[in-house]
Design a protein around this ligand. Structure first.
Ligand code: 5GP
Ligand code: ZN
Length: 113
């Protein structure tokens, strides 16, 4: 089964990588919706957060710690930002490798469309 985010994490496909460690990797979204739009993913493939929460709680905890650090590094902390995990069809998930969108640099409305 091919997965574009596994390919980026493994270096088989180019991605503008901004952070990586042993568990996760962050790169720029190819189609940014705001001045800062990062995708933070576990290196290990997992389809969505439902499966991850059950099977890989330590990876989820690590990513939960990493996401706000990245937001700070990209100067989003003072003005604020949004972290989104689209899940399955109703959530608008289009890539079935778990990912956190970290989005900032402009005001965002609520609720989402
Ligand atoms: P989703 O819709 O699943 O929540 O988010 C998938 C995101 O992945 C989208 O924002 C889309 O722009 C981004 N994306 C899809 N393919 C690629 C790719 O090949 N490279 C990068 N950097 N981002 C991608
Ligand atoms: Zn994958």
């Amino acid at each position: 089964m091919s997965c574009i985010f596994c390919d980026i994490a493994a270096g088989r496909v180019e991605g503008r990588i901004v952070y990586e460690d042993e568990m996760c990797i962050a790169f720029a979204d190819i189609n940014p919706v705001a001045p800062v739009h990062l995708l933070l993913i576990p290196r290990q493939h997992m389809d969505n957060i439902l499966l991850a929460a059950e099977k890989f709680p330590e990876i989820l905890a690590h990513i939960a710690q990493t996401a706000p650090r990245l937001a700070e590094q990209f100067d989003l902390a003072d003005d604020g930002f949004r972290i989104v995990v689209n899940t399955r069809d109703n959530g608008g998930q289009t890539v079935n490798h778990l990912h956190w969108h970290i989005i900032g640099g402009r005001f965002m409305k609520w609720p989402p469309g």
